[in-house]
Write a protein that binds this ligand. Structure first.
Ligand code: PXP
Length: 279
């Protein structure tokens, strides 16, 4: 049995009750109870479809059809769709986000740096979840998490703003228990652990890769903060991560899924990832 920091858990719940409607707080409370007491709840697979949009944009037409791909991923078993609209719209465009909102029937997760433009988009679209990522406009891909201690006040403001629209908020962090603890203080519902370094180390030393993430993952669990994970997860490194941290609520995976789909097809690929998530 884990030991939980009850004071922080109650403070977090109380803050949620104060800030949100009672219904929203009940939903959060219920999912919190599920995450603490039911590790058998399956980790959700959210397919990141940025790469599909990159392929479409390469030719200027609508092939592949990003919206259709998202709906098919759901049909094949994905429990969520993730997009990361960047300011230069080099893959997902604003228009895609609006269209996806009307077509996705599972959970739409929109990632991005909370600039004014991004916040205007997500508060208009109102996806299920927004993941706050501290990336620069031209960055190739996300490569670090927030310093949640240094940016505490800023993040608090953003989380409040998104909660007012009933949007669940996740904060992208490096695997550092201090960053997890400060993420809780922002009022966020979840953290997303940046798993890029996990994937890199896993290739050399799988055991050490897991141990490097244990303190942060345990901290999120003890605090009753939801935990997602993402970046460079694949068919080799996903299962060991989930077995070590079965309370992971969601993984968002893009690059490896698209690469695997070139050989296996997207239906078979999603089935294989779902297999990895079984506990
Ligand atoms: N999580 C975040 C915050 C990301 O920026 C990305 C990449 O867009 C992912 C997860 C997915 O990473 P990958 O494409 O390596 O699976």
């Amino acid at each position: 049995m884990q030991r939980y920091n009850k004071k922080l858990i109650y403070a977090n719940l109380f803050a949620k009750f104060k800030k949100s409607s009672y219904l929203f707080a009940y939903v959060n409370f219920f999912s919190y109870l599920c995450s603490v007491f039911d590790h058998t709840t399956m980790t959700k697979l959210s397919v990141n479809i940025n790469k599909v949009a990159t392929l479409r944009n390469a030719r200027g037409g609508n092939l592949p059809d990003v919206q259709r791909f998202a709906v098919d991923c759901e049909l094949f078993g994905a429990q969520g769709i993730t997009v990361h609209p960047r300011p230069d719209e080099r893959h997902i465009r604003k228009e895609d986000v609006y269209q996806l909102k009307s077509m996705v029937t599972t959970e739409l997760n929109v990632e991005g740096n909370p600039t004014e433009e991004f916040l205007a988009l997500v508060t208009d679209v109102r996806p299920t979840q927004v993941t706050l990522v501290p990336d620069d406009p031209g960055q190739l891909t996300s490569n670090h998490g927030w310093d949640t201690r240094r940016n505490l006040d800023f993040l608090k403001g953003v989380v409040n703003q998104l909660h007012a629209y009933r949007i669940r908020v996740s904060i992208f962090v490096d695997p550092d228990p201090v960053m997890v603890e400060y993420a809780l203080r922002t009022g966020a519902d979840r953290v997303e652990l940046y798993t890029g370094p996990y994937a890199e180390l896993f290739r050399i030393d799988p055991k050490r890769a897991i141990e490097k993430y244990r303190p942060a993952a345990m901290k999120a669990h003890e605090l009753g903060l939801g935990m997602n994970a993402g970046h460079d997860l694949n068919l080799k490194n996903l299962k060991p991560f989930i077995q070590a941290f079965p309370w992971t609520a969601e993984v968002s995976i893009g690059h490896a899924i698209v690469c695997d789909a070139l050989y296996l097809g997207i239906q078979e690929t999603i089935q294989e990832y779902l297999e990895c998530l079984k506990k």
